[in-house]
Design a binder for this molecule. Structure first.
Ligand code: MUC
Ligand code: MG
Length: 386
């Protein structure tokens, strides 16, 4: 970089120079099959990134996928290849303290690849926080909340099992807000699941219905009023991302707020979708926005037009979930809470100090950097052996 910042209190430019970046593929089993309109998951695929600085500090980051390159275009294999060949070489020797510069360098080295970039960005922030002995959120403006209402996703496709699972989450005090995945069966079957759930839950329970782009505009015209009758609070991405006109017509006629998910990744998409009024709530996820600072920028574009915020996930372990919580904690508003439930759907979490779920909230980890410590034995156990 030209014009590097001059006198820093400590020589962070030298101290935080990046010595090494490595990426490993992790395949961690889930406690049950998680079904979406376009994929089904029994193992979570993560890219686990380790960044080593010249001062010896090590930072960790994670990028998540859902059932291969089906929810989004990146696979764990593609992420590893692009990190090894393009993203890591672009950053070696550069100071981790210049997070924005690192993002620019990664953008020049590779188009999109937002999950891979956000995993590296998270690891840089973890290493920088540990170097400065501050939690990651301090480097993002500082937390305005330390606990966030937590949402659990039901997606086995078996109505009775889903009711039991929701009850177990309530009993444990972990989750009292729920998301249900629709769009993978015919609408009548989906709606029967939803009806069973609504009957079992206390009235007034927040229920989010995520169709994952599974319906057409015609199906939305037919079924959205039924979702309203079944007490759904929020409808997520009912039709294909990019069908902006149809999405705006659906949002205009829906009595329930529509949440944009797959349709908003970049700043330009945020601006386009918000101006077209395709939704009034936005799901934020690092795999879509490419860095923690970019997530804040996307949120800002949407918030400027009054769009409400929802803390999304892609079933991250406590590593990726902590990355999300640190940035979600700094948003001025987060009206819908967060669905960072990944740590609780894994057979074994990837860290020694799992996130705390208590009082139906997930709590921001304390300690420097992300505030979680990967468990080397678990990482080794689930790392793909090539
Ligand atoms: C999505 O589309 O929201 C997050 C939770 C879940 O069950 O699926 C993911 C992706
Ligand atoms: Mg979604």
């Amino acid at each position: 970089m030209t014009n590097q910042p001059g006198a820093l209190a400590r020589d962070l430019l030298t101290e935080t120079a990046i010595r090494q970046i490595t990426a490993r593929i992790i395949e961690a089993p889930t406690t049950r099959n998680h079904k979406l309109s376009n994929t089904s998951v029994t193992h979570q695929g993560y890219i686990f990134v380790t960044v080593t600085l010249e001062n010896g500090v090590i930072g960790y980051g994670e990028g998540s996928t859902l059932g291969g390159p089906r929810w989004a275009e990146e696979s764990v294999e593609a992420m590893k290849a692009n990190i090894d060949a393009y993203l890591a070489p672009a950053l070696i020797g550069q100071p981790a303290c210049l997070l924005e510069d690192a993002t620019l360098r990664m953008d020049r080295a590779a188009k999109r690849n937002y999950t891979a970039k956000s995993a590296i960005d998270m690891a840089l922030l973890d290493a920088l926080g540990k170097t400065l002995d501050v939690p990651a959120h301090v480097l993002l403006g500082g937390a305005v909340r330390t606990a966030i209402d937590a949402i659990w996703a039901l997606a086995s496709g078996d109505a009775a099992q889903e009711v039991d699972e929701a009850q177990a989450m309530l009993d444990r005090g972990w989750f009292k807000r729920f998301k249900i995945k629709l769009g993978f069966a015919d609408p009548a079957t989906d709606l029967a699941r939803l009806a069973a759930l609504q009957k079992a839950l206390p009235s007034g329970t927040t229920i989010v219905a995520d169709v994952n782009q599974g319906w057409s505009e015609a199906e939305c015209i037919r079924y959205l009023p039924v979702l309203q009758d079944l007490g759904v609070s929020l409808i997520e991405q009912p039709i294909a991302a990019g069908q902006t006109g149809a999405s705006a017509r659906i949002a205009a006629r829906s009595a329930i707020p529509i949440m944009m998910d797959e349709s908003v990744s970049t700043l330009a998409e945020a601006s386009r979708e918000v101006r077209a009024a395709t939704g009034t709530v936005l799901s934020l996820k690092l795999c879509k926005h490419g860095s923690l600072h970019n997530l804040k920028r996307v949120a800002g574009i949407a918030a400027a037009e009054g769009v409400q915020m929802y803390g999304g996930c892609l079933l991250e372990s406590s590593i990726g979930a902590a990355g999300h919580l640190h940035v979600f904690a700094t948003l001025p508003k987060l009206e819908w809470g967060t669905e960072q439930f990944g740590p609780k759907i894994l057979v074994e979490d990837l860290v020694q100090d799992s996130l705390r779920y208590e009082g139906y909230q997930v709590h921001l980890p304390e300690g420097p950097g992300l505030g979680v410590t990967p468990d080397p034995e678990i990482i080794e156990k689930y790392a793909r052996k090539d």
